[in-house]
Structures are given as structure tokens and as C-alpha cells.
Design a protein around this ligand. Structure first.
Ligand code: AMP
Length: 443
């Protein structure tokens, strides 16, 4: 099938041609006609499937078909993270290149002023993260009474991040009659509850059955002392000559510390997390994609929504508290038939987490000890280096500061980055409650 067979306007076909896209992806083939017909949509699709174009193209076409009656926004796209907001807004610009469609992108961690100005000038499409959109609603810098189409992108992640109350407050401000499109990689009870009150006789579209990523990826676990994980990781990267490695840690400080340790082992590494400014994150991602950074160390939240997948190596330096996050993480590798492996470094205290993951996967992960890294062999010095509490603030640790994490750690949280951190820190996220779809209390 070709894009030209989907009934899209010539301006959109031209933009697709500019991009070199000829064949719609499966989600695009299924979703575009349904959205054009005005249906509500419930779509199971992950990043990398072409889902953004699957809603952006038909939405642009519908705007084209019915000219604006007022300067108010007509389409609202809610997304969980700044990165995803920026990427979706970029897609709107790309596909809308030959149309006169105005868009605004709204997310936290940057000044309100330019966003207020964007909204004041008028935007047909607003792409926003829920918290910052609420700020604008409270300031009356955005009027959502003209919204015709609502998109919830990566809805599961928005719920995981504790956005449900914000989402409900946004929904309450929208006109009752509208088109609703919901995209989610997974379908928890919480998502189903949201869907039930939101979607009107939705068409269902599914491109990858639930949790299939887990079956396509070669997975293994290496038991290792917590104190030797960084050394083992450096060993695996060097001895395997891995060139592009995405590593997950549980905490921002853990990400900084690990990136430093890897740097000292001679591996060009960067950490990416919620305390980093937007610019720092964008640059790290660009350097990683271009091969200038060999190891990208990320927290789950920071990695979500990044346009990176089909990576050859994904490493769980620490196992996630939520088994579903494991599936999200390893979904970054081995897509579309390309070979990929996901390796988990498992310390003694993480065995319970591993069991939870295996229960979700309904199979055991092959586990092997790497020679030279047998559990129980960490030296006293190595143990001392990880003894520091994981959540300690870099500057508050005073004389206990160890050589392992002394350099550079403070840099990531200084200056303008503190403001960027507010966006995440303001909203409590209770990892352990995610699985059941319960969300943290009010802000
Ligand atoms: P998404 O799943 O929306 O994050 O898209 C994943 C990537 O696929 C993006 O880099 C898109 O630009 C690209 N893409 C989307 N649609 C197509 C298509 N029909 N053909 C080739 N690439 C596409």
C-alpha cells in the first residue's frame, strides 16, 4: 500500500515525499482512514511504529477540510515528557510544512513567557505535557473550549508518571463533543478505566501484541556484586566492542555516578535524566545517535519517549522496581528483526525484582556469572565506593565523599537545571503503585 492510496491531501503527500516516506507503516494504514472518518481510536502501539504520523497526518487533513472559525486551538495532544512533546511538535511541523497550520508546544522546565506568546499568536494544534498545560489554564493563557480532537499519546506512561489527576482536570475543560485518540504501549486496569470514560465507541488498532518485544530480544542476566557492576559493565562494553549502549539506572544520581565511572574507564558516556536541562538532554541524545557518545546512561523517565530504538545493546544496570518498566526498557532493542540483546546486572538484593520480572515474562531469564566478576568477590574498596546512600545530594556529603563519585557529579544539578527539575519533582511518582494503576495523591 502507498500513502497516496489513503486519501491524504496533496500537501501532505508532498511533505511525506520530502521525508522520503512512501509506504505507510501498519499503524498508519489502519489508523489514518479511521481518524479521517472522525472515529475515536484506541491504539496499541509503541514508539518506533510510526504512531506519531498515524495521528498527525489525518488530524492535519481534518483541519484542512474545515477551516478555523476562531483563533482558539482545535487539536490538543497530551504527552508524558518534554522530549516527546518536542518530537511530536516537530512531526506536526514536518508533515504540516505545506499547510498553513500553526502549532504550539508546551512543556515544563523552561520559561512560561515564550509559550504564552506562542499561544497568544494563535495555535491550531497544541502539543503539551499535562502539568504545564494546567499552569497555562490557570493563567488563562490557553483556551481549550474550541478543541475538536484530543490525542493522549503514551497514555500508559502518563499514568505511570502520576498525571491522572492533571489529565482529568484538562479533560474537564474540553468541549464534550470531540474526537478522542488514545495511544498506549500497554493496557493496565488504570488505562482501561480511563478509556471507559473517555472514548466513544472506539475503533481498536493494534500493531504489536502486548509485551512481544520481550520475546524478540535475547535476554540474559549476570549475577554480580553491586560494588562491581560498573566494572563489569565497562568490561562487557570493552570486550564486546559495543559501540552504542543504552544503560538504565534507577536514580538520577546513579546515572551521573555511573557515567563518571565509565568515563574513567575510558568509555565516552553521558547521563540523561530529569535534572538535566532540555538542551543538555537534546545534545546527549544527538551525540549518542551520531556515535560520538558510546554509552548513554538514562533513568526510565528520561528514556521514555526518546526517539531511539533498534539499539544493539540495552543494559539494566539496576533492575526497575516495576516489572513493566523492564519490558519498556528492553523494547529499545531488537526491533524489526534487528539483532539485539538486553542484559541485566543483578545484585543479591535485586533477586526479588528479577523474580517479579520473570513472572511477568512467564519465563526465567538465562543467568550466568561472568568470569572474574563472581558474586562475593568485591574488594573492601569497591564496597566502600557504593556504600554512599543512593539519594544523597552531591554537595551534602562532605567528608564522606569517595573518589568514585567525586568529580563532575555536582555539574548536572547546578544552575538552570534546578528549574528543569521542578517539572518532575513537583509530581510525586510512586513506583510501587504503578502496577496496580493506583496513582499518587494530589499535588
Ligand atoms: P514514531 O513511532 O512515531 O516515534 O516514529 C518512528 C520513526 O519512524 C520516526 O523517526 C518517523 O519519522 C519514522 N516514520 C514514520 N512513518 C514512517 C513511514 N511511513 N516510513 C518510514 N519512516 C517512518
Amino acid at each position: 500500500m502507498l500513502f497516496s492510496e489513503l486519501g491524504l491531501a496533496p500537501e501532505l503527500l508532498r511533505a511525506l515525499e520530502d521525508e522520503g516516506y512512501v509506504t505507510p507503516t501498519p499503524i498508519q494504514q489502519q489508523a489514518i482512514p479511521l481518524v479521517l472518518a472522525g472515529r475515536d481510536l484506541l491504539a496499541a502501539a509503541q514508539t518506533g511504529t510510526g504512531k506519531t504520523a498515524a495521528f498527525t497526518l489525518p488530524i492535519l487533513q481534518r483541519l484542512l477540510g474545515a477551516p478555523a472559525l476562531s483563533p482558539r486551538p482545535r487539536v490538543l495532544v497530551l504527552v508524558p515528557t518534554r522530549e516527546l512533546a518536542a518530537q511530536v511538535a516537530e512531526s506536526v511541523r514536518t508533515y504540516g510544512r505545506h499547510l498553513r497550520v500553526r502549532s504550539a508546544v508546551i512543556f515544563g522546565g523552561v520559561g512560561l513567557g515564550p509559550q504564552v506568546e506562542q499561544l497568544r499568536r494563535g495555535a491550531d494544534i497544541v502539543v503539551a505535557t499535562p502539568g504545564r498545560l494546567l499552569d497555562h489554564m490557570q493563567r488563562r493563557s490557553v483556551d481549550l473550549s474550541g478543541i475538536e480532537t484530543l490525542v493522549l499519546d503514551e497514555a500508559d506512561r502518563m499514568l505511570d508518571m502520576g498525571f491522572i489527576r492533571d489529565i482529568r482536570r484538562v479533560l474537564a475543560a474540553l468541549p464534550k463533543r470531540r474526537q478522542n485518540l488514545l495511544f498506549s504501549a500497554t493496557f493496565s486496569d488504570a488505562i482501561r478505566a480511563l478509556v471507559a470514560g473517555l472514548l466513544n465507541d472506539p475503533a481498536r488498532v493494534e500493531v504489536a501484541p502486548r509485551n512481544t518485544a520481550a520475546e524478540l530480544v535475547e535476554q540474559r542476566a549476570h549475577p554480580v556484586d553491586k560494588a562491581r557492576k560498573a566494572a563489569l559493565l565497562a568490561h562487557l562494553v570493552s570486550s564486546g566492542d559495543w559501540r552504542q549502549v543504552l544503560v538504565f539506572t534507577r536514580t538520577k544520581h546513579g546515572a551521573n555516578r555511573l557515567a563518571d565511572q565509565l568515563e574513567r574507564a575510558g568509555l565516552v558516556s553521558m547521563a540523561i535524566h530529569g535534572n538535566k536541562s532540555q538542551n543538555a538532554r537534546t545534545k546527549a541524545l544527538a551525540d549518542f545517535k551520531a556515535g560520538r557518545v558510546r554509552v548513554l546512561v538514562a533513568t526510565d523517565i528520561a528514556a521514555r519517549g526518546l526517539d531511539i530504538d533498534q539499539l544493539p545493546h540495552v543494559i539494566n544496570h539496576e533492575l526497575p522496581n516495576v516489572p513493566e518498566d523492564y519490558v519498556h526498557r528492553i523494547g529499545r532493542t531488537g526491533r524489526a528483526g534487528s539483532a539485539g540483546e538486553a542484559i541485566s546486572l543483578v545484585s543479591g538484593d535485586e533477586r526479588g525484582l528479577l523474580r517479579d520480572i520473570e513472572k511477568l515474562l512467564k519465563r526465567a531469564l538465562p543467568s550466568s556469572v561472568v568470569p572474574g566478576f563472581e558474586p562475593g568477590t568485591a574488594s573492601a574498596q569497591e564496597r566502600a565506593e557504593v556504600a554512599a546512600p543512593r539519594h544523597a545530594k552531591p554537595r551534602s556529603r562532605g567528608p564522606q565523599k569517595t573518589s568514585a563519585d567525586a568529580p563532575r557529579r555536582g555539574a548536572a544539578t547546578s544552575g538552570g537545571d534546578a528549574r528543569a527539575a521542578q517539572h518532575h519533582s513537583r509530581r510525586p511518582r510512586s513506583q510501587s503503585s504503578n502496577r496496580n494503576g493506583r496513582v499518587p495523591g494530589p499535588r
